[in-house]
Design a binder for this molecule. Sequence first.
Ligand SMILES: [Zn+2]
Length: 212
Amino acid sequence: MIKWQVDPPQIFKSFYSQIIWNSINDKILITFDDGPHTGSNDKILEKLHNYNYKALFFVEGRFVKSNKSLLNEILAEGHQLGNHSFSHKNLRKSNKEDLLEEIKSTNDSISEIIGESVQFFRPPYGKFNSEILKISKQLKLNTVLWSLLTYDYKNNFEIVKLALNKYLQNNSIVVFHHLEKCVEVTCDGIDLINNLVEENKFKIGIPEECLK
Ligand SMILES: [Zn+2]
């Protein structure tokens, strides 16, 4: 596994300074994309609860309305919700109206649940362009990407282990997925992070302190 597959190159990050790539306070931020789903929610929440970690969940608008109870469970545990678009398509291929609809409708449905405006947005697949960044800014969203993609969705713990052991840093923003197909591997990944935390190598931060 080569570094840029896990962590985008610094020169690229510097060029897009509007995007948040790393945690700002030398604490690791854990994030979960693509949820919420019934078959993975309990397992992920239980794991985070046991370690007392607070995470940021980037949810898809298409799942929000029919899964309000899952979102309320996530919120009840003290986690935060972010916008991961409505339908999880590559937004670089969307026209302006479609883009606005994808992002704004998801904002509206999350806001309805959290009772305040959404602060964070992560475009699907991490794919963005200047139009996407412009709309995100107009909607007062902070665009959050990552510095460590765990590849947990490949459902192979060896890959996750390699990515975390090799590339986890103090200020990492780590991406896991809220998917039923790989939830055991995702939970094993959280265990591995916790092992490293217990060895005093790293600290886990809460979204508010890692992203402000
Ligand atoms: Zn995604």
